[in-house]
Design a protein around this ligand. Structure first.
Ligand code: 5GP
Length: 185
């Protein structure tokens, strides 16, 4: 069995990484990694489906035991990380794996798995990104400001990536990403 290749999808806050990556997962034979996080679940989020929700002590243990391929503090608040074992198991079994992570995490993967494919999901424009960030309405004003500041820094990272996909339409962007992954059915 030929091992599959790892693909990392990163991009600025609110660009739609989550929606595009779940659309790829739902319509193509790709395994979307389930991250561990210290963030509490939002209404409707399911343990083991959206995230592995863990306490700070368990997260510390995962870091100490080198169970995470990468991890980062996102928006200066909670820790998020990619459990390594399921990623490696799927790749060994020939199943393409997609990570939807922040920029700091993507850089760690670049250092540890240089043969991975790095895709940047970009907004059609800065104004559109701001509209999406505000329109989501799930964060308070201070949190929105924090996320906008993060987004500016993240947008500048585009040249570090192998490919850029513009999220002008979720299905179209997901199709383009799936084609890059080589998961067309
Ligand atoms: P949210 O709290 O809205 O679900 O996610 C916030 C951010 O955390 C998203 O931009 C997402 O890309 C990032 N994220 C989710 N899982 C991981 C992970 O395992 N590692 C890293 N570095 N970032 C993650």
């Amino acid at each position: 069995m030929r091992p599959a290749r790892l693909t990392v999808l990163a991009g600025p806050t609110a660009v739609g990484k989550g929606v595009v990556s779940t659309d790829v997962r739902d319509r193509y034979p790709v395994w979307l990694s389930v991250s561990a996080t210290t963030r509490p679940p939002r209404p409707g989020e399911v343990e083991g489906v959206h995230y592995l929700f863990v306490g700070p002590q368990r997260f510390d243990q995962m870091v100490d035991d080198d169970e995470l391929l990468e991890w980062a503090v996102v928006h200066g608040q909670h820790r998020y990380g990619t459990p390594r074992a399921p990623v490696e198991a799927h790749l060994r079994a020939g199943v393409p794996v997609l990570l939807e992570i922040d920029l700091a995490g993507a850089r760690q993967v670049r250092a540890r798995v240089p043969q991975a494919r790095f895709v940047f999901l970009a907004p059609p424009s800065w104004d559109e990104l701001v509209r999406r960030l505000v329109g989501r309405g799930t964060e308070d004003a201070a949190e929105r400001q924090r996320r906008l500041a993060t987004a500016r820094v993240e947008l500048a990272a585009e040249p570090e990536f192998d490919h850029v996909v513009i999220n002008d339409d979720v299905h179209r962007a997901a199709d383009e990403l799936a084609a890059l992954i080589g998961a067309l059915v």
